[in-house]
Design a protein around this ligand. Structure first.
Ligand code: MG
Length: 290
């Protein structure tokens, strides 16, 4: 199931994306108008499987209320408890980062993106004061059932679903200090979506092609099979220290091809259009504000 937040006549609303006959882009069943048992995405994540079963039958009996192209899609989750991101988690990205002086680590490298940086799948990216604006396509994970002390063998039981995220980075501010935090959390630097694809729809999250395309030029193209620390190991490691709660978000790392590592480095400019896409999930596309 694809769960989406959007604005149409009213909003914001939560909906289910469904096929819409001839319209290949599909439509949205508005859960409020469908009088579904659940109408809020956090309620759905908290309730888990029973909510999904209930929504499945509600959406199956209901023709879509909107065409996808007629609504404004929003970030599927607005204020998660946590928005965590792992750095240097694809081998070739590790190597390009090493060329820039980022030391290779044996442990997982975690930082926070502040939740205030979250923005919609087609919203503009505001560079703010950075002069080194960069992109990072990543597979996003939404935590379902809370996880504490979870082994990697059981990690999947705690994943609600997946989405596309651009871990937009202000490289100058990122390297002010070793923590990365300042350069990873500018307002609007967390575009995500276009929806959450529930975990049951993704056969193997470690075998998904992912790409970042800037103004039509492919800059990043790889596969989630190339992660250094797979998603299950990430959940094991994080949940050893603290509880991952329902609705928490994880950005699972980016492959090689970031602008800062190009020779010479190329940064995003006002008017640039950045498209991040992942097989079986979808695409987000954001313009850098002029
Ligand atoms: Mg990243």
């Amino acid at each position: 199931m694809k769960l989406v937040r959007f604005i149409a006549d009213n909003g914001p609303r939560t909906g289910v994306v469904v096929a819409a006959g001839e319209n290949a882009n599909g439509g949205i069943v508005d859960l409020l108008q469908a009088k579904a048992e659940y109408t809020d995405i956090m309620e759905i994540i908290n309730a888990g499987q029973p909510a999904l079963e209930s929504l499945n039958s509600a959406a199956a009996d209901c023709p879509p209320h909107y065409r996808l192209e007629d609504v404004t899609l929003l970030a599927p989750i607005v204020k998660p408890g946590k928005f965590l991101a792992i750095g240097m988690n694809y081998k070739k990205h590790q190597q390009e980062a090493a060329r820039l002086g980022v030391q290779e680590q044996t442990k997982q490298v975690w930082f926070n993106k502040q939740t205030s940086c979250i923005t919609g799948p087609y919203a503009d990216i505001d560079p703010g004061v950075t002069e080194k604006l960069d992109y990072e396509v990543e597979l996003g994970v939404v935590i379902g059932k809370p996880a504490k002390g979870v082994s990697k063998e059981h990690a999947r039981e705690h994943i609600f679903g997946y989405f596309v995220v651009n871990d937009v980075s202000a490289r100058d501010w990122q390297f002010h200090t070793p923590t990365f935090t300042m350069g990873k959390s500018f307002d609007t630097h967390g575009p995500m979506g276009p929806w959450i694809v529930t975990a049951d729809e993704i056969d193997d999250p470690q075998n998904l092609g992912l790409r970042c395309i800037v103004n039509g030029e492919v800059r990043q193209s790889n596969n989630t099979s190339q992660m250094v620390h797979d998603i299950d190991s990430q959940i094991e490691y994080l949940s050893t220290a603290f509880t991952l709660e329902s609705g928490d978000l994880i950005a699972t790392g980016t492959p090689e091809g970031v602008g800062v590592a190009m020779e010479p480095a190329v940064f995003l400019q006002p008017g640039d259009v950045v498209r991040c896409e992942i097989d079986a999930i979808g695409a987000i596309e954001n313009k850098v504000k002029i």
